[in-house]
Design a binder for this molecule. Structure first.
Ligand code: ZN
Length: 313
């Protein structure tokens, strides 16, 4: 038997077992009921793991005010990942021309104009404007799950254009948020090891654009601002990040006027589980049929038994 951790084996296994549904464009496949059930069950485990945080929960749409992207200087760091929403604002004659251009298979994108929103590239971004003002002494912790967009079309199944992240965000003093992030790193490793995934942690950098970006990336690594938890999914040698822990220092506190109880600029940290990647890792490691997964893993995901799971349509 060859290496089972290859992009081809992962993609073929997911498709042949009906877990993902190709739709044409790269990296935006559908998810089956079984896939979604595993995702939802894992999400519940994350909630249980973080219950002590007493986080405030909220949900945001998959689009974001483009002014927020400007304020976090997203285009300075990741212009290559941005997805902007454009719409038609012309008259009836221009509408006919638009439809005709599309019918002929031509490029109709130049006939659209930018809207006030972009696709949201980081699930936590919409949270920071709402934290403006003075925080309580213990800071604030927010829990969210949402869709992120990154322009990274790929045949490789773990490299998606659109995916969900379960995130927690803490705003407070530097000591509060760093201690919290370190605690979550341990919690995350324990949770994933409990699901029998051979995870390892590693200092990491964001995929900043260009030459200046490489410098930003090495600064980020030197200061240990980002950790990732990795597990083999499509490669043994280059394991996939399924969870990341980010200390932003005062970046968002400064950008959105978030202050601690004693009047200092607040620091923030966030952590996120890449939900589809976790689900794929579970299938790749434990088999394509959840019935065959190790009993100890099933007991955690489906404490009331597999019969309670959602069955495929
Ligand atoms: Zn985040």
């Amino acid at each position: 038997m060859g290496d089972r951790f290859t992009p081809e084996a992962c993609h073929a296994g997911l498709v042949e077992h009906g877990l993902i549904i190709p739709v044409g464009a790269k990296g935006i496949f559908g998810r089956s009921a079984v896939f979604e059930d595993v995702l939802e069950r894992f999400n519940l485990l994350v909630s249980k793991t973080g219950a002590g945080d007493r986080a405030e929960s909220c949900v945001f749409p998959p689009v974001i005010d483009r002014k927020v992207l400007e304020r976090v200087k997203y285009l300075e760091s990741f212009p290559h990942l941005c997805g902007s929403v454009h719409s038609f604002t012309g008259n009836a004659l221009q509408a006919l021309a638009l439809a005709e251009r599309a019918r002929e298979g031509g490029d109709w994108s130049e006939m659209l104009t930018a809207t006030s929103v972009t696709l949201n590239p980081a699930v936590c971004y919409p949270v920071y404007p709402g934290l403006a003002g003075t925080l309580p002494a213990v800071g604030r912790i927010i829990s969210i799950i949402g869709w992120a967009y990154r322009h990274e079309p790929s045949d490789e199944p773990t490299r998606m254009q659109s995916f969900r992240v379960r995130e927690f965000i803490h705003a407070g003093t530097p000591d509060q948020v760093v201690a919290w992030r370190d605690q979550w790193l341990e919690r995350g490793l324990t949770l994933l090891r409990g699901l029998q995934l051979p995870v390892a942690e590693q200092v990491a950098a964001d995929p900043f654009f260009g030459r200046a970006g490489r410098l930003m990336g090495s600064n980020q690594m030197a200061q240990k601002l980002k950790f990732e938890v990795l597990v083999p999914v499509i490669s043994s040698g280059e394991p996939t990040a399924i969870c990341s822990f980010n200390y932003h220092q005062d970046k968002f506190g400064e950008a959105f006027g978030i202050r601690t109880a004693d009047g200092e600029v607040a620091h923030t940290a966030c952590l996120g589980f890449g939900m589809e990647r976790v689900v794929m890792a579970l299938f790749v490691h434990h088999g394509w049929h959840v019935e065959d997964w190790p009993a100890a893993v099933r007991a955690q995901l489906w404490p009331e038994g597999l019969s309670a799971r959602v069955t495929a349509p």
